[in-house]
Design a binder for this molecule. Structure first.
Ligand SMILES: *Cc1c(COP(=O)(O)O)cnc(C)c1O
Length: 352
């Protein structure tokens, strides 16, 4: 039997998607060639790219609303740099919300290109909450935030209003919950958390926000070039894009974001209820900011840790060791995670 995969990333994908993907590696579309040995400019692959970008916009309800979807390389980490390159004016300024390690890395890159104002930070409590009462200055080129903090298990539930552009790193919760995605001007997400294998990054851009920086932008970092070339400026990560397309199809068949959000809420509730009920455990994140994707928790009686670890191993539970900067445990329960796996974990917590 397959293990219960709670890995934070790369992470669980639907079994059906993995089956189709492995078939396509051997013989894609019955053309007697592999998906990964044909030209990315062949009609078979161009259709994949078109479908993947189209589905991304459709699922986010951003079709025909002036947005373009791109599949790029370099991970979310390269977006930390591409965002300021494309949106921060020469001698400009950007505002950032610091909610964890990924936000901090984004801030570091932006500082290479201009002034950064960190409007608030939850570093004082090891990022276990989302700062709320902060002001976004009106003279900034954009405001950047991280919707879900994969390491700490916190999630922004309500996004701030800003006069300027709103940019969001949604790597670990894109397609997991219904939001008004049109409030964002730019969204990016590494594929490997909720969409596909590592190697592709989904970027959703409002078309009219580009071209205002007065900077020379290197070609590979220039969103405009990638838009003009329909994500084919250079060879795209064909396998990753294909598997992302399959996952998005799977999600659409499931009933889209609205349907998966219901499942995600039920899964998170099941696990948080046990964490709150069981005197042996405690949640690591502030209750009102808890993530529905990455559930972080601590075992209060450390003498029981070896026993708990052994029970998890015995039950085939994989990947719940907490990130070193938080400790304890982290159960990542992304879209493809079945509730049965969480039931297995909760059962062990009850028996401990
Ligand atoms: C994993 C992660 C990243 C980094 O993604 P890469 O694709 O490895 O560069 C950035 N932001 C968040 C929120 C993440 O979870």
């Amino acid at each position: 039997m397959k293990k219960h995969n709670f890995s934070a990333g790369p992470c669980i994908l639907p079994q059906d998607v993995l089956k189709k993907a492995s078939q396509a590696v051997l013989n894609f579309n019955n053309i007697d060639l592999s998906l990964i040995e044909i030209s990315h400019r062949s009609s078979d692959f161009v259709a994949v790219m078109d479908k993947a970008t189209d589905l991304a916009l459709e699922l986010l309800d951003l079709k025909d609303k002036g947005y373009t979807a791109l599949f790029l390389q370099g991970g979310a980490s390269l977006e930390f740099l591409m965002v300021p390159y494309n949106l921060m004016k020469k001698d400009g300024k950007a505002a950032y919300l610091d909610t964890g390690a990924w936000s901090s890395k984004a801030i570091k890159e932006a500082k290479l290109l201009g002034e950064v104002e960190v409007v608030a930070s939850s570093k004082d409590k090891n990022y276990n909450y989302i700062p709320k009462d902060f002001k976004i200055p009106s003279n900034v080129d954009y405001f950047h935030c991280t919707s879900n903090n994969t390491i700490y298990g916190t999630q922004i539930k309500e996004f701030p209003k800003t006069d300027g552009l709103l940019v969001c790193d949604m790597s670990s919760d894109i397609f997991s919950r219904k939001l008004d995605f049109s409030q964002f001007d730019l969204i990016y997400a590494g594929a490997q958390k909720n969409m596909g294998p590592a190697g592709a990054t989904l970027v959703i851009i409002k078309d009219d926000i580009l071209g205002n920086t007065n900077r020379q932008i290197p070609s590979m970092l220039d969103y405009k070039i990638h838009i003009d070339k329909e994500s084919m400026f250079n060879t795209p990560p064909v396998f990753s894009v294909y598997v992302s397309m399959l996952t998005l199809e799977w999600l659409k068949d499931l009933g889209g974001i609205e349907a998966v959000e219901k499942l995600n809420n039920a899964k998170a509730e099941l696990l948080y209820n046990e964490i709150d009920r069981n005197p042996l455990f405690e949640g690591a994140a502030a209750v009102e900011d808890r993530s529905n994707m990455n559930v972080t928790f601590l075992l209060k009686e450390l003498t029981k840790k070896d026993h708990f670890d052994a029970m998890c191993k015995e039950a085939g539970i994989n990947g719940i060791k907490g990130h070193r900067s938080v400790g304890g445990f982290r159960a990542s329960i992304y879209n493809a995670m079945p509730i049965e796996s969480i039931e297995v974990l909760v059962d062990i917590m009850k028996k401990l």
